[in-house]
Structure formats: C-alpha cells, structure tokens
Design a protein around this ligand. Structure first.
Ligand code: PMP
Length: 516
C-alpha cells in the first residue's frame, strides 16, 4: 500500500503539502476510546505497537463515544454477521423507522413536538434537505395564500359586491375587489422571486452548494465558492436588530373579509421572501462560540415575523455533547427543524438526520427526496445504540466537561499573555490563543493567524502525544472535543500540553515551540 503517495498525489495534494510543511503528516493505524495509534514510518507493517495519541479532534465532534466504542462495534458486527441488508430501497426499513421514532421522542421531550425525520449520510446532506424542505414550504405557503385570495375574489364577483368599498381598515373606501386583485398580484410577484435563507456571521453549515452558501468564510478562497441559494448573513447579533434586520424585505398587502352582515372589511398583513433562518446554537467551527439565548429567541421571532422556518443546526453541538441532548435545550427556544449528524452514528457510520416538526412536514417530501444510502438499516441500528450511549453518558459528559474546562481555565489564567479564553460547554470546548508578536521578521511570517493553531498542534502532537487542530474559521482557537470516556489522567495530559504551549508563547520561546 502506498498510502502517502496516494494521499499526496491522488486525493488531497494541497493538504498533503501543508501537513508536511507543518510536520503534521502522520498516519494512524488504529483508534480505541480517546486514543489513536500512530503508524511509524519505520514500521509500515505495524508489527510492533505504535505510540498512542490522545485525540481531542475526533472527527470535529463526531467521536463523542470515542473510537470504536465496543457497544457500537458489537452492534455493527452483529448486523454484518446477521447479513442485515443495507441496500433495500423500495421496502419498509425497520431500523430506520425505529431510529426516526426514537429521535422524534428524544427531541420532542424538550420541545413538546413530534417530528418526521429525513435521513442522509453527511451533515451537509441534512442541511441541503432542510434548505429544500423550507423552499417547498415557502412556495406552498404563498401558493395557498394566493388560492385563498382568488377564492375570495371569485366570491365577491359572484355575489356582485366587488365594487363595494371596504368599510374600514387600511383599504377603507377602496372597492374591495380591487384590493383583493392587488393582493393576488403581490403574492404572485413574490412567488416568482428566489426564496432567501438567513445565517449568522461566522456560521458553519457544510460545504456543498446550499450548505456552502450558508457557511461563512471557513477560509475558502472566493473562487472556490459556488452559488447556492440566495442568502443573507446577520452580522449583528443584538436581539433587537436581529428581530427587525429583514423588515425591509417584508411586503405589505391588504386582505379583505366579508362580515356576517355582508360588509367588506380590510386588514393589513405581510408576506416575505425569507424561507428559513439557520443557526448553530453553539458555533463549532467559528471557535466554539455560544449564541446567546436572547439572540436565539430573537431568531425565533424573526422567523415567525417572516413565516419562515427556524433551523437549529446541532450537527456538531447536539447528540448530548454539551450535557443535554440538544445544545439549545437550556435556552428554551424551540426551532421548527433540527439537524443532527456526526456523533449520531457514533462517528462510525455515516448518517445524518433532518427533523421537521410534523405539523409543517410536506408529506411528499420523503417520497421525492431520497438518496442511495439514506435509511440504511446498518447505520440506523448503530445510531440507535449511539442514542442509548448518549443517555448513558449524559451525566458523565457534564462532570468531565466541567472539570476539563476548569482545568484549562486555570492554564489560561496562568498564561494570560498567551491564552485569550476558554469557551464552550460539556465536551465542546475551544481554547483561543493570542497571536504572538515576535521581534524577528522571519518569525513574524511564521506566526500568522492561519498557522498559529497548527504550530501549537505540532508541538502538542510530537511532545505531548495530544492531537488538536484549530477550528475551521477561527484558526487561533484549538478545538477540545474529547469523548465521554475521558479519564482524569487524560485531563492531566491535556493540561500539561496546553500549559507547555502557553508557557512557551508567553515567554516568547518560539524556537522551542517549533522544535519537535
Ligand atoms: N453543520 C455543522 C454545525 C458542522 O459542524 C458541520 C461539520 N463540521 C456540518 C454542518 C457539515 O457536516 P459534514 O462535514 O458531515 O458535511
């Protein structure tokens, strides 16, 4: 097997070059719990045991139960031994059904709603599904409104009262038939426009076309972005500005109702091109930043103001990683759609879920939005076991996460010149470093915002056998996303690694930091 050449030439040439430059071009041969086993270049056949590395990256939050958790391995192995079919399209999929029911109940336990679940294979799949479902919901909503107005107009004409002026309201004095005809024209015009999707500054929702349009930056060159759906980014998170941010997009129209005495009366209402607002309750790739409860509540209000769907992307922060099944749970804010992936399949099988509140679900969506590997029973069965683990480890995640955060905060307090702060909840933590200002011109070039996190990662990997990488768009923040199995001795190892890197940066000892 010529893995290095295959990787460097035939799959990720640019990344391979970068890893080599940063001394991060290592290979792992096995993973168990929080540890990965290094494959030594001198030991390509793996005949002697390699050194173990404590993994704080774990698929950017996918390894909540560690690598190859025995329960998940056992379920997968049993499924294979039983020859469980995974290509059984056009049939009733029992495990997918059970998983959907269970997810609906688990999310419903805090939201009070019931859900219809669309499965996919990746996080971006779930985001694409949400964009599509919200578009259909939006256009059908406008279609239903138009039909309602057309019915009203037909009735007014049939009863010969369409010339009667509105008795009150904003269109008072105007022939009621004209008012309704104008409303129909207004809805028709808006229905022709592209629906608009909203996401927050610095958000990350994936890299496929629609998901990529919602994602903010993530250090991607402009020309590597393709046009997805129309999107508006909210830069100001203050609740008052969130609620009114898109007011200029609302279109006002007047509607007419005829009262029991046959008198036409007018009222004002608004329609909007906004189809959905996406938010990660805790932004993972933006450096582990919690969206304040008041901002989540304001987004709820914003979505309602535009008859749009509110989508909580809990792909990274959900599944129990923060100590509650949904990271948004403590806020009390309820969304219309929820997205899960990553740890849903225990980080082992590729599965994602889009949960849509049952009362908004478009019945035909599940018939037409399909994918070869969606609903496969192997993934669903492993994910069901993952849900059991999420329940089993919930208290442990909170306890271990609190201890880890406290210990890292102590490090930050010891080296305030090097560490800005420690953020996050449960086992979704981020440590933000300060960009050093070395005197030498050469070192200034080495330590830029893009490389700092990787340089620290190199030191931690080679000197402490701790694996970290920066979050995607906030590259001075190192992600700390271990599994629920983390032990006290592991925490000591993590603290020692961060303490060492922070002390070198604080003392300006860049040579030692780079020497590994
Ligand atoms: N949403 C969030 C919040 C994520 O963190 C990610 C992945 N980092 C995605 C969506 C995309 O998931 P995937 O990489 O599986 O497409």
């Amino acid at each position: 097997m010529s893995a290095p050449n295959g990787f460097a030439r035939h799959t990720r040439p640019e990344l391979a070059r970068l890893f080599r430059a940063l001394n991060l071009d290592v290979t792992y041969r096995a993973g168990e719990g929080d540890y990965l086993t290094l494959e030594h270049p001198t030991d390509p056949d793996g005949t002697t045991s390699g050194e173990r590395v404590l993994d704080l990256v774990g698929g950017a939050g996918a390894s909540l139960f560690g690598h190859n958790h025995p329960t998940l391995v056992d379920v997968a192995r049993r499924s294979l031994d039983e020859r469980l079919p995974f290509n059984a399209q056009g049939s009733v999929r029992p495990w997918a059904g059970e998983l959907a029911e269970r997810l609906s109940a688990m999310v419903g336990a805090s939201t009070g709603a019931s859900y219809v679940v669309t499965f996919g294979s990746t996080g971006a799949d779930a985001v694409e599904g949400a964009v599509k479902h919200a578009s259909v919901e939006h256009s059908r909503g406008l279609g239903a409104l138009r039909e309602e107005f057309e019915q009203t107009l037909r009735k007014l004409r049939r009863d010969g009262v369409d010339d009667v002026p509105c008795a009150d309201g904003p269109a008072r004095g105007r022939p009621c038939g004209d008012v309704v005809a104008e409303a129909i024209a207004c809805v028709t015009e808006l229905a022709k426009a592209e629906p608009i999707f909203v996401s927050l500054k610095d958000s990350f929702h994936g890299k496929t076309s629609a998901a990529g349009a919602l994602t903010h930056g993530a250090n991607v060159p402009k020309d590597l972005h393709v046009h997805g759906p129309k999107r508006i980014r909210l830069h100001d998170w203050t609740p008052r500005s969130v609620v009114s941010a898109l007011d200029p997009l609302r279109v006002r129209l007047d509607t007419v109702t005829v009262d029991a005495a046959g008198v036409p009366r007018s009222t004002a209402r608004h329609i909007s091109p906004v189809a959905a607002c996406f938010v990660e309750p805790i932004q993972g790739e933006a450096g582990v930043r919690e969206v304040p409860t008041a901002t989540l509540a304001a987004l709820r209000e914003l979505a309602d103001r535009h008859d749009a769907a509110l989508v909580f992307d809990e792909i990274q922060c959900g599944m129990g990683r923060t100590g509650t099944f949904l990271a948004s749970e403590p806020s009390g804010v309820v969304a219309d759609y929820y997205l899960l992936s990553k740890s849903l399949g225990g980080g082992m099988v590729k599965i994602s879920a889009l949960l849509v509140a049952e009362n908004r679900y478009i019945a035909e969506f599940g018939r037409h939005h399909t994918s070869t590997f969606a609903d496969d029973d192997l993934s669903a069965r492993v994910a069901l076991a993952g849900l059991d683990l999420a329940v089993r480890y919930q208290d442990r995640i909170t306890a271990v996460g609190t201890e880890l955060r406290e210990r890292l905060t102590e490090v930050a307090q010891r080296w305030p010149e090097a560490i800005v702060e420690v953020r996050g909840r449960g086992l979704l933590l981020g440590v933000e470093f300060t960009l050093p200002k070395p005197g030498s011109a050469l070192l200034k070039q080495v330590f830029d915002a893009e490389t700092l996190g990787f340089l620290i990662a190199g030191r931690m990997l080679h000197r402490h056998r701790v694996r970290v990488i920066p979050t995607l768009s906030a590259t001075k923040t190192l992600r700390v996303q271990p599994s629920a199995l983390l032990e006290s001795a592991d925490i000591d190892q993590i603290v020692a690694a961060f303490d060492d890197a922070a002390s070198l940066l604080a003392k300006g000892d860049y040579a030692t930091l780079l020497d590994h």
